[in-house]
Design a binder for this molecule. Structure first.
Ligand SMILES: [Fe+2]
Ligand SMILES: [Fe+2]
Length: 184
């Protein structure tokens, strides 16, 4: 059976699969950094984030299967990071989510120009998802700046550390739930 999506969209989606795995890999590195630096809650949060990104890759893969499209498996490029502060990954995560949003928007734009309504409908879930991802990343960074950085001065080192511990406990409460878009 012939694929019902264009070659251009097929390539963009294959590239997106690679980008989702790269996101997953990036977040695993953040989790690793936090694990080594005494923040198991932050580490757990990013480990769940990494699992969700791998799920996103599977949802795109599923779509290519459903549309009888050949999948291209592009090599995954791991970024080798040299994280220097607790704040840095939070800032990078926000920047990265914005990059992914752009990438998904580009596929949508292409589908729109081709009147590929099926792909547009499929992508609408990801557009909502990216909106949430950006909000979550922004909130994480804002909470850190407000509660931790905002309490960090020489005379309030105690408050700074207790705010960080409290934030780590809170973020550690996140539970992984597989996406409803993933077929069992
Ligand atoms: Fe994703
Ligand atoms: Fe994401």
């Amino acid at each position: 059976m012939k694929s019902c999506i264009s070659n251009e969209i097929a390539s963009l989606i294959s590239e997106q699969i690679k980008k989702e795995y790269e996101s997953s890999y990036l977040y695993l590195q953040f989790a690793d950094y936090y694990e080594k630096n005494g923040l198991p809650g932050f580490a757990a949060w990013f480990t769940i984030q990494a699992r969700e990104e791998a799920d996103h890759a599977l949802i795109f893969l599923q779509y290519l299967h459903e549309t009888n499209t050949e999948v291209k498996f592009y090599p995954i490029q791991p970024s080798s990071l040299n994280i220097k502060s607790i704040r840095e990954p939070l800032e990078m995560a926000l920047k990265h989510e914005k990059f992914v949003t752009e990438s998904i928007n580009k596929i949508f734009e292409k589908a729109d120009s081709e009147n590929d309504f099926r792909t547009k409908l499929f992508l609408s879930w990801f557009i909502t998802e990216q909106f949430e991802e950006e909000i979550n990343a922004q909130n994480f960074l804002d909470s850190y700046d407000l509660f931790v950085n905002g309490n960090c001065s020489k005379d309030s080192e105690y408050h700074c550390k207790s705010a960080l511990l409290e934030m780590d406990r809170k973020y550690g409460e996140r539970k992984y739930t597989p996406s409803s878009k993933l077929s069992a």
